[in-house]
Design a protein. Sequence first.
Lengths: 114, 112
Amino acid sequence: NAGVTQTPKFRVLKTGQSMTLLCAQDMNHEYMYWYRQDPGMGLRLIHYSVGEGTTAKGEVPDGYNVSRLKKQNFLLGLESAAPSQTSVYFCASSYGAGPGNTIYFGEGSWLTVV
Amino acid sequence: DAKTTQPTSMDCAEGRAANLPCNHSTISGNEYAYWYRQIHSQGPQYIIHGLKNNETNEMASLIITEDRKSSTLILPHATLRDTAVYYCIVRGYGGSQGNLIFGKGTKLSVKP
């Protein structure tokens, strides 16, 4: 019953360092998403993928890269971390497109850039 | 996606039903009403969604008015663990995939 799993849960980075957040889902979902949540801002979509080998930009893609080499995994990379990227990151997935397909979220990854 | 209006906060006694209203007066015919909740420091948790008909699952019931302009989420027997921020979201086919617009939500406090 894992659903959507994110690693790591907590990380502190220095400005300029790089890191990768890993998201794994065991529901055989085609669609996967990365969001960030900041106080008072709600969820904002960073990047998403509509299937293995595909990626697309969301609302706030700058400073992030993603890859979907396997259907069950969606990686979010920060090449050169900045303090503005301090946030809580949520991965999510859904079976298909369209509003009738429920989006399920992971538990979040807390990132602090100092 | 259409906008929603929810009360800022609500209280509910433990064991009683919690009824959370949502106004979505500009909802269009192919847009769904979704409910998520977020317990402090956790990821958004899906609760239920509906298009036209009332829906029920193991967590809650969703009552949608006949004109679809509002809906009510019902937690039949609220527990302390149901204390969370509840978001009513309208999802349609517009915008990029996965674009969920979370408003301020309703902070539900379940009290002993």
